[in-house]
Structure formats: C-alpha cells, structure tokens
Design a binder for this molecule. Structure first.
Ligand code: ADP
Length: 540
C-alpha cells in the first residue's frame, strides 16, 4: 500500500521559487570580473533564470542536453545554473584550472552544446574552441559594454542574450531523477570521470547541508560562497542558501586574503566555506594588518585536511567556529562535518580542538563504514584504519557514459580514502589509499605528519611522500616550502616534529623546494612529487 501524500518531485528550480517567493528581497552580491560590486535580489535572480531557460529553449536546447559553464562564482552564474536545470538541460561546470588536454577531453566527452564563459576565460576558450567539436554557441557572462572582440562562434553577451526574451516561462516538469548537473573529477590517474547529479540528489543534498549540525544555514545568515561553483557544486551553497533565504556573497575571481577580508567585513558575512589554502591567505592578511573578524560566526574548511594551527587560529584568536568538513565530487560533495555533539559538549576546550582535527561525522542521508582489504567491516574504535566506504541518495552509483556500476558488490561506494571511525562516529582520514606509506608492514599517515609539519614556524606548506627503502619497503620524505626569507634547516624541522609524532613516523629526510604542485581543486599532487623524487637517495 502506498501512502496518500502528494507526488511532488524534488526539482532544483523549486528551491529558487521558494527563495524568491518568501525571501525575494534577499540580496545576492557579486564582485564581478569587470571590477565593481553588483547587487541583485533573489526575486530578480529567479526572473533572470527564467529568461535563461526561455532563451535556451528559443536556441533549441532540449531535455538532457549538456550546457557548459566556465565561470567564477557570480549571480549571473547562479542564474545560468537554475535556468539550465529548470529547462531540463544538464549544467556542466568546467574547472578552469584543469589542463588544456583535460578540458578538451571533458567537453568532447560531455558533448557540450552551448557554453557560458566568463570574460576572464575568453582567451583560454578561443585557444581551445577548434577542438570543441560539439559546442555551437558561446554566451559571454557580461554586458554589451564589456563584450570583447572574439573569434568564438556565435558569441553573444549574456545581458544581450537574456535581454531578448522576457521571464514569462514555466519551468519544465519532469521526473525528479532526471539529470541536473555534471561535474568531472580531476582524475589523478586516467581520464576524468563525469559525476552526474540528479534533481532529487541536489535538492536532498541542499537540504542535508542546511541541517544544524552540518552548515546550519538560517535566513538571517549572510553566506559567502568562496568555494567555486565548479568545485563540486560550491559544496551545495548555491542550493542551500536560496532554500534558507540567506544573503549570498559571491567573490568572483578575487580570492586573495585582502579581497576576501573586504567582503567579509563590508557585507558582514556570518558563514563561509573554502579550502585550506584560501584560509591560509586570509590568516596571513589578518596577521599582517591586525584586523579581526567581528561578524563571522562559522567557517567551513574542507577539500583537504585542515591543519591544527588553522583550527586554533580561527577558534581562539578570532573566535570563529571552525567546521572541518570532508567529502568528494561523487558525494555531491558533503560527507561529514565535525560539529561537536552532545557527548562532546562537556569536554574541555583542548579535547574539542583536538577532535576538530578529525573530518567529522555523517549527517542523516550519508552512511559510512571502514573495511579491511578483504572487505570485512572494521570496528568503530578510533584506531582500526581501513578503506572508507559510503552510501546514500546523494552518492554516485556510476559515471557518465561509463558502463557498469561504480559500487562494490553489496552496494557501497569506495571513496579511495583510508580512515578510522571512533566510537562517537567521528571519522579521520589518514591518507588516500594510493598515498599511504607502508613502512615495515605498518602504515604511516602522510596527512598527520603534514599537519604537524605546517605548524613549524617558517613552514608555508608541507608534503610527505613514501619512497622505496631497502629495509622498510617505504620511508617518508618530507618536502617543505619555506615562508619567504625564513631561516630553516632539516634539523630545526625534525626537532619540531620530535615528540609530536610517533618516532618511527619521523621522515628520513627533509628537502626544501620553491613550490609544491597542486591539482585543479587545490590538492597536493603526490604522484608528481613521487615521480620527481623517484631517484632520491635517503641520507641514512
Ligand atoms: P578531485 O580534487 O580529485 O576532483 P574531490 O574534490 O572530489 O576530487 O576530492 C575528494 C577527496 O579530497 C577526498 O576523497 C579526500 O581524499 C580529499 N578530502 C576532502 N576533504 C578532506 C578533508 N577535510 N581532509 C582530508 N582529505 C580531504
């Protein structure tokens, strides 16, 4: 027997309808690539998103067509998103930090039909356009005044393009499992893989992150989405913020400490999210200028492990709640957040700060477990580490145009991370499975050593990789980028690590480099480092 409730498909554009109707006056503020700050409202964003949908229909776009965006976070990008999805097409976000060959592969694999491009990326796309076999039209996210001379085929300025239609359009109606968005994982090995979100998964995920123990967004909040919309849905903020009726701030391309601080301050931002490297820039700026963060209530840090010193700086020096989060593109992307819970609220501050180093616990709608190499579930004891598997309505089961399931025989998705889960449900990532360092039959957590090493005065960034060793099979090499002008040598770094990590985890050598390579989503490229130091000989 079925229940007698309404059949109300979870379609992403219903979020914008709700936001515009109930919070239509709520502002969306963008630092545009043209320079000035632009202000609009949720009601206006909805009206313009309807015009996007109507203009796409006029241009012959059909259900399931892939429409690409190569853009920074802006209100125009949000309008394009909702317009594309509300028309039944699939919004394919492109990461501009990918290599040209990867972009070429991705656009052709997705068979993108039309592409929205920010002004900044016009030269990049002009250089690649002849390789993009399927893209027939380019919409440059600017107005007629700023529209550049361009060789892109059928190029038009966004404002001219939506200016040619009105907003008298009905969102399309379809099954909630219809594909809404496509995002390729950077694919450190092999070709990038397309993660295909549905309307249902995006709506559920947007609601999931609005839970109080996740990001907990309220209508009173002013939220700055620093994490780019091309990095796994801006961690759901473009859905969660209009759903909550909060004010949304979009920083455009300017992510340096000074620019971020300016918006945090002038717009009185209460909640924000970004990867650790962005926060490092902000913290450096605050230290240099002596400025504080009086309005900021909470900051979400994820995408890579949050170093302990960052937790202390935000929580103690600036009195901002730090929420450490973990997830991946295949999870929409949020998997865990490290909010305190009933059982930990009585703990002393030090214990809580330590707990925040873990990646956190799952909200309702995510299930996780760890298993050994044979697939046997490991105890939640905080020490047994194994492969982290996940399940849920916002987790991928396959990849776009790839045959077969991406799941284990019993229906779990293997994250590729190695982790522990403690009795209170807090998960801690120790490594990516391909980055694990196997020394004498035991595992050394490269992340934990890196976390401690970046706390050493004079260290800007640290990476630990395992290199072949005749006796121990592998031993750790610590690679460091120094602060500008810092006097630092191997002995000082090892002296700092002493006592803070297990003795057998101590790196066999420390090398100093000018730069550590990063992926398109800001992660350390360990594979490239292993390649670079392949012939390195340990000194002892
Ligand atoms: P890619 O960068 O390859 O496109 P994702 O952005 O989806 O892929 O990255 C997902 C991976 O990032 C996770 O599987 C995990 O290894 C890492 N990651 C994300 N958040 C954290 C975190 N808080 N701590 C440690 N690792 C993290």
């Amino acid at each position: 027997m079925f229940g007698l409730m309404q059949d109300y498909p979870l379609l992403v554009h219903t979020i914008l309808d709700h936001g515009a109707l109930n919070h239509g006056e709520r502002e969306m503020v963008t630092r545009g690539v043209e320079g000035p700050i632009r202000r609009t409202t949720l009601a206006d964003v909805r009206s313009r998103a309807l015009r996007v949908a109507k203009a796409l229909e006029r241009d012959g776009v059909k259900l399931g067509d892939r429409i690409a965006t190569m853009a920074w976070n802006s209100e125009r990008h949000v309008e394009a998103w909702f317009g594309i999805m509300g028309n039944g097409a699939i919004c394919h976000t492109l990461n501009p930090r990918l290599f040209a060959e990867q972009l070429d592969y991705i656009v052709n694999h997705a068979e993108d039909d039309i592409m929205f491009v920010d002004l900044t990326f016009v030269p990049l796309i002009e250089a690649l356009k002849d390789k993009f076999g399927t893209v027939r039209k380019y919409i440059v996210l600017t107005d007629a005044e700023h529209m550049p001379e361009t060789s892109l085929p059928d190029a038009v300025s966004y404002e001219d393009w939506i200016g040619a239609v009105d907003d008298d359009f009905q969102w399309k109606h379809f099954d909630e499992n219809t594909a809404a968005a496509l995002c390729y994982t950077s694919g450190t090995t092999g070709n990038p893989k397309g993660v295909l979100y549905s309307h249902r998964s995006n709506v559920l995920h947007g609601m999931m992150v609005n839970q109080p123990d996740v990001f907990g967004l309220r209508s009173e909040d002013t939220v700055m989405a620093i994490v780019p919309m091309f990095h796994a849905n801006a961690w759901a903020l473009t859905f969660a913020v209009p759903a909550a009726g909060a004010k949304l701030i979009m920083p455009g391309p300017a992510m340096d400490g000074a620019s971020i601080y300016e918006l945090l301050d002038t717009e009185k931002v209460t909640a924000t999210a970004a990867v650790p490297t962005v926060w490092l820039g902000l913290l450096q700026y605050l230290e240099q200028t002596g400025k504080k963060l009086p309005y900021l209530d909470r900051v979400v840090v994820g995408g890579a492990a949050c170093p302990p010193m960052m937790i202390r700086k935000f929580e103690i020096d600036y009195e901002v709640e730090l929420i450490h989060g973990w997830g991946m593109t295949e999870m929409s992307p949020v998997g865990t957040t490290g909010k305190m819970k009933h059982a930990t609220s009585g703990q002393d501050r030090e214990a809580q700060l330590k707990l925040k180093e873990k990646q956190g616990r799952t909200p309702y709608l995510v299930q996780m477990k760890t298993v050994d190499d044979d697939g046997k579930e490991l105890p939640r004891d905080g020490t047994s580490s194994g492969h982290l598997l996940v399940k849920g309505p916002c987790v991928s089961r396959g990849y776009f145009k790839l045959e077969g399931s991406a799941l284990t025989a019993d229906g779990w998705f293997d994250t590729g991370d190695i982790a522990t889960i403690d009795p209170l449900g807090f998960m801690q990532i120790t490594d990516r499975d391909k980055d694990v360092i196997k020394s004498g039959g035991e595992w050394i957590s490269s992340i934990e050593v890196e976390n401690v090493a970046v706390g050493c005065p004079g260290v800007t960034e640290a990476a630990v990789i395992g290199l072949a060793h005749p006796k121990w099979s592998e031993r750790p090499l610590l690679i460091i980028v120094k602060d500008q002008g810092a006097e630092l040598d191997e002995a000082a770094v090892l002296g700092y690590l002493e006592g803070k990590i297990a003795r057998w985890w101590m790196p066999d050598d420390v090398v100093f480099v000018d730069e550590i390579p990063h992926t398109a989503t800001g992660k350390i490229q360990k594979m490239e480092l292993r390649e670079r130091f392949r012939d390195f000989k340990f000194s002892s």
